[in-house]
Structure formats: C-alpha cells, structure tokens
Write a protein of this length. Structure first.
Length: 496
C-alpha cells in the first residue's frame, strides 16, 4: 500500500485530469465505442458522470441492458427459449459488461456450443486480461481450444480514439493532462512492478500451469529455432575452427554475418523475452530465472565482440567459445523442458479428475447416473500429448457419453478406462475407452464430420495433431457402445 500522502496526491491528480473535454464530447466518444462494438465501451459509459443528463441516460441504459443480458444468460443455462432475443435486446440498448462474457462462455461450453464458448472466452480475456478471473478463463479456454491460448494471450483490448479539435479552451487542459499523464504513468508502473515481483522462473510456471504448456512450447520453439539455432548454433563449426587457430577469413566473415548482421543479437533476444512476458503474464519473471540470466550475459559478451572480430583479433576465441557453450547448454535445457511438457501421464488420478470436472458442469450434473466406473492402467503410462489437449479430448468424449445416457431410459451407466496393448508391429498403443448405455447411434463418420458444436470436431482436430485415432464400436459387458481413443505410447528417447 502506498503512503497516505502519495495516495492523496494521486487522487488529486485524477480529479484535476477529469477537468478536461466536455461531458458531451465524452458521451460522443463513448457512443462511438459502443457502435464499434469495442470491448472498452462499457467502461467508458460507466465513467460518465451521473450528475449530468448524458451520464444519467448512460447509467440507466446500462442497468436496463444488464438485466436483459443476465436474463439471456439464465435462459441459456437452463435451456429455455428466448436466450438470444434477450441478449440482442440488451445489445441494442447499451454495451455489455465484459464480466458477462465469462458467464456466456461457461454457459455455451456446458451446452456443448464450443465454437460460441471460444468466442466469448476470447472476448472476456481481451477485455479483462488482468482481472481476478482471467487466469481461470485462460485455463478453461485452453481445455476446449488449446490453439487459441497463445493467440489470445497476445491480444490487447482495442481502443478507438477520436482526437478532438484543439481550441483555445483545450490548450491549458492539454498541458495539465500531460503532467497528470506522466504522474499516472509512473504510478501505474509502480503497480505493475509490484505485481511482477510475484512472478517466477519459466520452469516453475510450466510445472504449475498445464494450460499454458502449448503457449510455452511455441515460445520456446521460436526462441530456439530463430535465435539459438540459426543465429548462434550455425556458427559452431567456425568457432571450433577459431579455437584450433585454423579459422579462415570466409569462416570469420560468416560468423560476423550470423551474429552481427541484420537485427542486433541483443535486440532479437529482448524481443523474444518480451514475447514470453506478454503471452504468459505477470506470473512469469525471467529476471528471476537463472538460466535466462546466464544466457543473456553470454549474448551480451558476444555482442561486445563485434569490433574485435572485425579486426580479426585472435584473443576473442576464448570469450566467444565460452559464450557459445553457455548458449548451447541453455538450448539443451529448453529442449528438455519442452520434451517434458508434451508428455502426459495417463493414470487413475487423471481420469478421475476429468470425470469430476465434467460432472461439475451444469448440463452433465443434471444427469442422474446409476454408476460411473473408472479404471486406470496397470502400469506407468505416458503419451506424447499436451495435458491440456488430452483433457480436452477426454472431457468432450465423456461429456457426450453422460449427456447421451441422460436422454435415454435407465439404466444410465458410463465407464472410463485406460489400458496398453502391444501391436503386431511391436509398437505399444494406449487405449482410452469410454463406454455408455445410451442406445443413440454414433458412427466414426459422424465424429469426423467436424461438427464443432458437438465438441467432437475439436476432438478429431486434436487427435490429428498427435497422430491419434478414434473408433466407435459395440461395447458388450452391459454397455451399448464404446468410444476408444488411441495414442502411441511415449518411450524414452533422445531429446532434440
């Protein structure tokens, strides 16, 4: 908490900054944002002064519209008709509170409207990127559409700015606003720094946030490919030749081109770090990551050698070789990290957790099951699938099974199990099988028709990514049908 004097000063500055353009101009800009369907529109309407006619009008419309939005969400959750009509009526009256996007996303997800759920999750995260529910929303979005996570984490709220005409009455205000803006920027910077102190190194974030694994793997892959491999790794042979005293002028010219040609090496490094921090948020602080700090020092030492290499000084060999080895070791550590991220252990704990999550959703929770049986494998089993993707696949298949038995007569039974089978080729296959007693027909062709609103389109897309497969067959043993998902078993091998 800041001292009272600081808080008082900031409050005073905020009050002074409010003495700017007229209320009419504020109202015009707020309406323009609303017409443009900008996520910032609601906040601009909310800031209008209720003591003015424009402000009173805006606040009354916000309250009335919010009732309509909430009624639409309630109808969507309960499956009643008229949900869309209520939401459209609210939209024509005033902007939606961005917090409602999360409620809409969850309601659509629970009703199996996956495509719409993804849309609303994205809108919520863009509008409230650092809100108290933002991390939960990112995790839930990752479960139903992992490919959206990295993209939406980079997104920033769109703000439409209309520059007012500058007249004599605004000149003094502009000067005050410039000073106020500087102070507020400093205050905001202090708040951001305070939050950043809570961040930690990359490996700890990866261990605690499976939903971020695809984004982390993408970021690490870009860093390794674009900088560590093509900029630094490419000069390995030349550096070794330099160490033996046998580097040719052509090799040294190649080293110069790779390390110092185009974008400066340190600038490229900083750009990659900024991508990590934009995507992964305040929970990541690479300044507290020992491996990244060591790598940055190595890049700084290489960058300082440009002039000496241009002069062909022999003494650069030792520093260049040492820095190169540090970065190669860093690259190997990143490779190990990604190797472990893409592996998921299939066990009873995983299956029970997924079933519990599905049963906690609104629509599946209404189905009264007679039994639900869960059986894990008899041995330790891993598959090369991101955990968030494997959970996505299992949730959709289990959810479909639960909802299907809910539409048929008793008995209503579901079972989930995992097992390993040895193929004639010698390869080991992991089977994840969901059985149910529903008499509804489900064919392999209907699963692969990519009907996203059933959730199975996302399943088949994810399976294709990992060379997996899905089959539907008669179950027996007291069940009507079985949906089996197959992956190759992950075996120990060389990390690339």
């Amino acid at each position: 908490m800041y001292p009272l004097s600081v808080r008082s000063t900031l409050l005073a500055l905020l009050i002074v900054s409010a003495c700017g353009p007229s209320v009419a101009e504020d109202w015009a800009r707020a309406e323009e944002l609303w017409q443009a369907r900008d996520p910032a529109a609601y906040d601009d309407w909310l800031l209008l002064d209720e003591a003015t006619p424009e402000g009173r009008n805006a606040h009354e419309r916000l309250v009335a519209a919010d009732l309509l939005y909430r009624e639409g969400i309630r109808r969507l959750v309960t499956g009643e008709e008229g949900a869309r009509d209520a939401i459209v009526e609210g939209r024509e009256l005033a902007p939606i509170d961005p917090d409602n996007y999360l409620s809409l996303a969850r309601a659509c997800r629970d009703q199996g409207l996956t495509g719409r759920a993804v849309e609303y999750y994205r809108k919520f995260i863009v509008a409230r990127p650092r809100g108290p529910d933002a991390d939960a929303a990112r995790a839930e979005l990752g479960e139903i559409d992992p490919s959206s996570v990295a993209e939406v984490l980079w997104s920033e709220p769109t703000v439409v700015v209309t520059a007012p005409a500058v007249g004599p009455s605004l000149i003094a205000t502009s000067a005050i606003s410039a000073v106020v803006g500087s102070f507020l920027t400093m205050a905001l910077g202090l708040l951001v720094l305070t939050r950043r102190r809570r961040g930690g190194p990359l490996n700890k974030l990866a261990a605690s946030s499976p939903e971020l694994h695809p984004a982390i793997a993408y970021l690490v892959g870009s860093l390794r490919h674009e900088l560590l491999k093509h900029r630094v790794g490419a000069v390995g042979d030349a550096i070794q030749a330099l160490g033996r005293g046998g580097a040719t002028d052509a090799q040294l010219t190649f080293v110069e081109g790779r390390l110092f040609g185009g974008e400066p090496l340190m600038s490229s490094w900083k750009a990659h770090l900024a991508s990590f921090e934009r995507a992964l948020g305040y929970r990541l602080d690479l300044r507290r990551d020992r491996q990244f700090r060591r790598a940055e020092r190595a890049i700084a030492r290489i960058s300082a050698l440009e002039g000496r290499i241009a002069k062909r000084e022999a003494s650069v060999e030792r520093v260049l070789s040492q820095s190169y080895e540090v970065l190669q070791a860093f690259d190997r550590e990143l490779a190990k990290l990604v190797h472990h991220l893409v592996r998921t252990r299939v066990d009873l704990e995983l299956l029970e957790g997924v079933v519990a999550d599905v049963r906690g959703e609104y629509a599946p929770s209404l189905v009264e099951l007679d039994t639900i049986e869960i059986n894990g494998p008899d041995e330790i089993v891993e598959v090369e699938v991101f955990r968030v993707d494997l959970v996505l696949i299992l949730k959709n298949v289990i959810r479909n099974a639960v909802l299907a038995v809910g539409r048929t007569d008793a008995p209503r039974r579901v079972s989930v199990d995992a097992r390993v089978e040895l193929e004639a080729t010698g390869e080991e296959i992991v089977f994840l099988t969901v059985r149910d007693t529903s008499t509804e027909q489900l064919s392999r062709e209907s699963i692969y028709d990519r009907r996203v609103d059933r959730g199975l389109g996302l399943v088949t897309a994810a399976l294709t990514r990992y060379d997996g497969a899905i089959e539907v067959e008669r179950a027996g043993l007291g069940y009507e049908k079985a949906v089996s998902i197959r992956f190759f078993r992950a075996l120990d091998g060389e990390v690339e």
